[in-house]
Design a binder for this molecule. Sequence first.
Ligand SMILES: C[S@@+](CC[C@H](N)C(=O)[O-])C[C@H]1O[C@@H](n2cnc3c(N)ncnc32)[C@H](O)[C@@H]1O
Length: 353
Amino acid sequence: MASPNLKKIAYHTLQQGKTLAGLAHKELSTKLMEVFAPDAAPDRFPIDKDLIKEVRRSMEKLEKIDWEEAEEGIYPQSQLFDAPWFEWAKKYPLVWMDMPLTWERRKKNKTREIPRGINEKDYPNYYLQNFHHQTDGYLSEHSAEIYDLQVEILFNGTADAMRRRVLAPLKRGLKKYLSQKTKTAKVLDIATGTGRTLQQIQSAIPEVELHGLDLSGSYLKQASKYLSSRSGDIVQLTKANAENVPFPSNNFQGLTCVFLLHELPREARQNVINECFRLLEPGGTFVLADSIQIEDSPGFTPIMENFHKIFHEPYYRDYIVDDINLRLKESGFTTITSESHFMTKVWKANKPV
Ligand SMILES: C[S@@+](CC[C@H](N)C(=O)[O-])C[C@H]1O[C@@H](n2cnc3c(N)ncnc32)[C@H](O)[C@@H]1O
């Protein structure tokens, strides 16, 4: 067995490797875009040296807490090394092949290229878009197949570490329900996408009955494939709009929602939070994770502005100034706390008893 120190070194080396790979990919793709599709390059806010230093510090803090919480036993250390490397290696060429299409979409400001055969009536209007300029939006297996890798590259290998920040508050909130013999707590991950948060919860809190929900059948199919390749109990996946979830009230003791709110217009954002309140049992815990916001991370404003300029994120600018605490309060949540980890802000809220 590797000594704890060796494991720590291995973890930091892995993170550094992922960061370098992400940066190299971005550098190369930007150079190629400048040569082959110069009109697709968006105006960007300059990122100065001080901000780059601040970004590095913030990533190091994220790595530190990610390691420490594994050491504390909040999740197994194996989580830190968990990634479908072979799958990602196979899919990497697809990311490159898709890139000229995303440049073209950005250049021509085409944001509503949805696959043929999709019944638009099944989806809210705000959903029928090419978020991040990605091919088919969230509505094809091709998109679902390369999503995880694209997100890892976007966040320079920190996406899973940021998702893991929901685990400590969720585990604390569920403590009173957990018994080792039976599954006494149910947890629903809203907008689960390809299921990475579900897998993290499954390995950190195997005692819970897990459910996932998303509006994309293709993403759920990918989640099902990914989760069934791991050990653990079956996770129940439901295709539905998070604004109107087909489960009874007070049905779950824990709820998570990762990286959804910034992709919703205001009204839908509030509807989803209200729905989370309805679904949660009194005393239950809601853990929400999404992008940092201007109010608590003003120094990172150029990065947030660039994200909105480079990727098609039509509701992001509104999200970064939105008062999520107030929205949580308005729907009835209490004991609301929040903290930021690199590019992610995590809220914890409870439904009062
Ligand atoms: C940025 S992805 C985040 C996915 C996942 N939570 C993660 O950590 O990668 C946003 C997800 O929200 C889903 N989504 C967007 N609007 C939704 C809605 N109204 N109801 C349910 N899911 C929705 C999309 O299909 C997509 O899978």
